[in-house]
Design a protein around this ligand. Structure first.
Ligand code: NAP
Length: 297
């Protein structure tokens, strides 16, 4: 079997087109969704993520309030900016790009964000609501993964899902979302990590394997069954002298070999990555609708 490649760029583009239409309709009612973006310091990766997020907002008609602060910014200054955005009715979502410089207290900043504007879904209030199945902002990467599966026609209900990785931003929230007693969830989920005794024994029986370990070749062809669905979240740099930058990006899955056994597989790049920003836009639009008293699903 050769897998169908799940084209994350295409799925993300389709969702952004839908969002653009929705934003245009909201504008007719005088509602302009707004995202407040805060970047502290000059980390090049963070700068490029933030620029991509700002561009994505512009493309679909979301207003973005962009704040680039120097690395020496104090905790008080940062907290004051978050507080200002909490009160600003033009801002429906607040995004603090992580990681913050070491001198700053990240947890305190995230806790200060109004949960109603926490479009990253990292505030403990939203994490708790998600856990008990209440309406909440869902964290962008796991939510994007679920959208990729559903929009590819993969059945989640009743599936055996094995997640490799238990981080607070991918593995744990994803497991939580997949076990909810709800349509498009209802999966049986196993979460593996570095202390898991026999990783292949778990991945081999999975209908869906989601790799979020941050290590190349964590999932190889001998570790999966025929017809498995594979979502590769990992983004790893490996040296490659043939590339101008001297490296290329690979995921956590041995893509070439696993695609010969899988029914569906995501590539890296071009799989999960494009969905993460799209779900941030989705949450910002949802937040604007909630603020305007429009019922959201
Ligand atoms: P993380 O915080 O480093 O967590 C990695 C997890 O994988 C940990 O739970 C770790 O176990 C587990 N792990 C590592 N090696 C393993 C192995 N050999 N066998 C079993 N488990 C293993 O990483 P993260 O933030 O979740 O990110 C994971 C990857 O996804 C990274 O490559 C990251 O760049 C990528 N990512 C991509 C997107 C996107 O939008 N495309 C978004 C977020 C993350 P322990 O807990 O025991 O240490």
């Amino acid at each position: 079997m050769t897998a169908q490649i799940i084209d994350g760029k295409q799925v993300a583009a389709d969702m952004r087109t839908e969002l653009k239409v929705e934003v245009a309709k909201l504008k007719e009612q005088g509602i302009v969704p707004g995202l407040g973006v805060i970047l502290v310091g000059e980390d090049p990766a963070s700068q490029s993520y933030v620029t991509a997020k700002e561009r994505a907002c512009e493309n679909i008609g979301i207003y973005s309030d962009n704040n680039r602060l120097p690395a020496e910014t104090s905790q008080e200054e940062l907290m004051a900016l978050v507080e200002k955005m909490n009160k600003d009715s033009k801002i429906n979502g607040i995004l603090v790009q992580l990681p913050l410089p070491k001198a700053l207290n990240e947890a305190e900043v995230l806790l200060a964000i109004d949960p109603a504007k926490d479009v990253d879904g990292f505030h403990p209030i939203n994490v708790g609501k998600m856990m008990v199945g209440e309406k909440a902002f869902l964290p962008c990467t796991p939510h994007g993964i679920i959208q990729l599966l559903l929009r590819s026609g993969v059945t989640i209900e009743g599936a055996e899902v094995v997640i490799v990785g238990r981080s607070n931003i991918v593995g744990k929230p994803l497991a939580n979302m997949l076990i909810q007693k709800k349509p498009n969830a209802n999966a049986t989920v196993t979460v593996c990590h570095t202390r898991t005794k026999n990783l292949p024994s778990h991945t081999k029986r999975a209908d869906i394997v989601i790799a979020a370990a941050g290590r190349p070749n964590t999932v190889t062809a001998d570790m999966v069954k025929e017809g498995v669905v594979v979502i590769d979240v990992g983004v790893n740099r490996v040296e490659d002298a043939t590339k101008k930058k001297g490296y290329r990006l690979v995921g956590d899955v041995d893509f070439e070999a696993v695609k010969e056994k899988a029914s569906f597989i995501t590539p890296v790049p071009g799989g999960v990555g494009p969905m993460t920003i799209t779900m941030l836009l989705y949450n910002t639009v949802e937040s604007a609708k909630r603020a305007a008293g429009i019922e959201v699903a």
